[in-house]
Structures are given as C-alpha cells and as structure tokens.
Design a protein around this ligand. Structure first.
Ligand code: ZN
Length: 223
C-alpha cells in the first residue's frame, strides 16, 4: 500500500479574513496565565490532543509531541499537553478523499470537540489515513493563521510512522501559530505546501526564517 502526503489548509481561502483576524490575536492576551510561570519570556500554548479510533499509539503520540515541542521551543513557544483524550473513530465513509475535500471529516471532528473550553486551547485530532482508489493519504487540515487560542487542526496519520506524522503535525501547528505557506526548498520548509513530497522518510525538517518570523509576529500579538 502506498502513502501520499496531502497537506491541505483551508486557511488559504480565508487569507483576507484571517489577515484581519490576526490583529485580534491579542484579545484575551496579556494575561499572566498565558505566560509560563518558570520562564517569563516563554509563551505557553496549551494543547488538547485527541486520538480518534486508536489511529496512533500513545507512545508514538508522545514522541511526535516531543518533536513539535522542540521545534517551537526555540521560537519562545512552550507547547503544553493540557488534555489528552481518546475518541471513537469517525464513520468509515468520512475517510474517503471526497469527504475530505468537502471538509466533512474536518467539520465532523471540529463540531465534536467544539466547546467553550476550546477557546483556551489548541485542539488537535489525530485520526486514520484517508483512502481513494487504493491509495492512502496522510496530512492535515487547519483553519486560520495565528489561532493559538481556539485553533483546531485535524491530522490524518500514517500508521506507525513518526517523522511523516510529525511533519503534518508541525505544519498545521505552524499555521495555527502564524505561519503561511513557504515554497522555499533550500532546505524544504515544514511550511512548504507539499513538504511531504520533498522531505524523505527519515529526513528531519525545520521552519524557514520566513516562517519563524511569521510565528514570532503571531506570538508577539498575543503577549
Ligand atoms: Zn498548509
């Protein structure tokens, strides 16, 4: 069975809207609770993580979180696992590629985890791969750039694979923390729209200087 990367980000369609919304990132910011008690220069982003239908093991999840934690830590962002949930899998038909493009799977999970508490967290749901004509896809969706409070992403995982899942995970978190797509290939950036095609199975990835700048700007706005 072959796997292909599919990182699709809905936010591109909402560029203008979210460019405006970015200024609103500061709403509710400036609160002491949002800063790390140990390191005042760190911005804490609390994660609510959901594993749907045993898509990935808890062990793999923690390894993946460790990778994204270290990628964001050197930008002054401390990702903190605040909640960890297991949920039932979505109906199988939602794993069809068509359902993905119609954002049915995204809307299904978003509504399922939408609650008033969501506004204090970044919610990330990890679920099974998509499938179409015998080809299996992994990748992610997110909506909005610079949404450290109340942002939501759905990751279709590649079973048992650390770096590819970590790439999709960091890519979507990158969007939610302010980064747009970056076509640079020297080296390929985590935020490249087709990053999975350029980065080998065992290759590590980084945020480009452009992405780092955008993320810093997002974080400045919430401090
Ligand atoms: Zn993207």
């Amino acid at each position: 069975m072959s796997y292909r990367i599919l990182i699709y980000t809905y936010n591109l369609l909402f560029c203008a809207f979210f460019a405006t919304a970015l200024l609103g990132c500061g709403q509710g910011g400036g609160e002491e609770s949002f800063r790390s008690a140990n390191s005042p220069s760190m911005t804490v982003v609390k994660l609510r993580v959901v594993i749907a239908g045993n898509a990935i093991s808890e062990d793999l999840l923690h390894q993946m979180l460790e990778i994204s934690r270290s990628r964001f830590l050197n930008m002054g962002i401390a990702l903190e696992l605040a909640e960890l949930w297991a949920d039932e899998p979505e109906p199988d038909e939602m794993l069809e590629l068509e359902s993905f493009w119609k954002r049915q799977s995204y809307d299904y999970w978003k509504s399922r985890w939408d609650s008033p508490e969501s506004e204090a967290l970044l919610t990330i749901v990890y679920t099974r791969p998509l499938i179409s004509n015998g080809v299996t896809y992994y990748g992610g969706w997110s909506e909005g750039e610079c949404r450290p409070l109340g942002g939501f992403a759905l990751i279709h995982t590649k079973p048992g694979h650390l770096l590819k899942n970590a790439l999709a995970d960091s890519h979507e978190k990158g969007h939610l923390l302010g980064a747009s797509h970056d076509q640079s290939l020297d080296p390929p950036s985590i935020m490249h729209p087709d990053a999975g095609a350029y980065l080998g199975e065992t290759e590590d990835a980084e945020f480009s200087p452009k992405s780092r700048k955008e993320i810093q700007r997002c974080i400045e706005n919430i401090n």
